[in-house]
Design a protein around this ligand. Structure first.
Ligand code: HSE
Length: 398
């Protein structure tokens, strides 16, 4: 029989309510929600008695043996999760920023207190990618993990490319549908994909990377010019995160928009769906596809973690112990499309070589090879420039 779980749920937003609903459909699981911590008192769909207004009520309740943390604020989430682990409670979380920024400490707390922290819902919504990387792809064959990791950006790009919608109209829809974060720049500027990629990297190659060190850039600067360029050449633009094994025990990772042709699995990933291509020796490519955002899909990943906790499952982070350690490599060269207006913006980009260029009345573009290091050095400036960058199909292998 499953272990009996008494749950303290922190957060009752889109995912919290989604979890509540899917839990009602899981009678086989011996789990009940005892308390739900929310910020403010207001009329809700459940009786008042179940709600509390401080996480300490849950953290100090000795009957609660599982804390499910589903809030937005990463610092508050870390306070709650670390305190729960220290007090011997298992935890399920969906907070990608909190996990990516504190992974070493969270692993230490799990070991020291002999408890489990699971976070399948933190990356790719309903797709069980973390547990598969942890268990199935648990050998040296894995070469790369590449994917559309953010449902909101993908929703916006789908509406732009397939329905000729305006960027801002599509973003508003993604917010209304509950896909986008409270601050949508988290989605459209690539932060959400970055944190997810950092988590996937730890479970793919056993390397913990500081998110501040990783190149990430999103879609908020996309213009009609870029969309026209992509359409004319038969591309869609997708926001893609990739971690890839290089030679000599190194890995590279980054999040960038990408020009994608029909022959790629991710070409057909539309709306709030996510898609992850896992490439390895011997099996070549495998593709995981599913809803990456929304209350019920994400709630179902949280439910799966709750079930796993009932069976005493823990991530063992085995690759951190037996793999040769892979180092994050900031070098490397990629081919990019750079749309720009001003010479001073262009001058920031030190292309190694140019393969194509265009000068026009409104915008110009160059396609060429550039070092990842150059882009990392510019990463905090990129959003403020009147430019757009996308990786071309040439340099990347997925
Ligand atoms: N805002 C996130 C997304 C939610 O759009 O993918 C799921 O992590």
């Amino acid at each position: 029989m499953n272990k009996e779980l008494t749950i303290g749920l922190v957060g009752f937003g889109v995912v919290g309510q989604g979890l509540y609903d899917v839990l009602q459909k899981s009678p086989a699981l011996n789990a009940k929600i005892k308390s739900i911590c929310v910020k403010n008192k207001k009329q809700r769909s459940l009786p008042d008695e179940i709600f509390c207004y401080s996480p300490d009520v849950i953290l100090n309740d000795s009957e609660i043996n599982l804390v499910v943390e589903l809030i937005t604020d990463a610092d508050e989430a870390f306070y709650i999760v670390s305190k729960a682990l220290k007090s011997g409670k298992n935890v399920v979380s969906a907070n990608k920023k909190m996990i990516a920024e504190n992974l070493s400490e969270l692993i230490r707390l799990q070991k020291e207190n002999n408890v489990s922290l699971l976070y399948e819902a933190s990356a790719c919504g309903s797709i069980p990618v973390i547990r598969n990387l942890e268990e199935y792809y648990d050998n040296d064959l894995l070469l790369s993990v590449t994917g559309i990791l953010n449902g909101s950006s993908n929703y916006i790009l789908s509406k732009i490319f397939d329905h000729n919608k305006d960027y801002h109209e599509a973003l508003k829809e993604a917010q209304e549908l509950g896909f986008a974060e409270a601050d949508p720049s988290f989605d459209v500027d690539g932060f959400d994909s970055l944190f997810k990629l950092v988590i996937l990297t730890a479970h793919s190659f056993g390397t913990i990377v500081n998110p501040n060190d990783v190149l990430h850039y999103g879609i908020s600067n996309i213009s009609d010019f870029d969309i026209k360029y992509a359409k004319e050449k038969g591309y869609k633009i997708k926001l893609v995160g990739q971690v890839e094994k290089l030679e000599e025990n190194k890995i590279s990772l980054f999040v960038l928009p990408r020009l994608v042709k029909k022959d790629k699995y991710i070409y057909n990933v539309e709306d709030e769906f996510n898609g992850v291509v896992i490439k390895g020796l011997a099996y070549d490519k495998q593709f995981m596809f599913g809803k990456g955002a929304g209350g019920h899909p994400t709630g179902s990943a949280v439910l799966s973690d709750i079930t796993a906790i009932a069976h005493d499952y823990k991530y063992e982070y085995k690759k951190m112990n037996y793999y040769t350690q892979f180092l994050y490599e900031k070098d490397g060269t990629i081919e990019i499309y750079l749309r720009y207006k001003n010479q001073q913006d262009l001058d920031l980009f030190k292309f190694d070589s140019i393969t194509e260029e265009y000068t026009g009345p409104e915008y110009n573009y160059k396609i060429g090879l550039i070092s990842v290091k150059n882009l990392i050095d510019l990463k905090d400036k990129l959003r403020a420039l009147d430019i757009f960058i996308a990786v071309t199909r040439k340099t990347l292998n997925y």
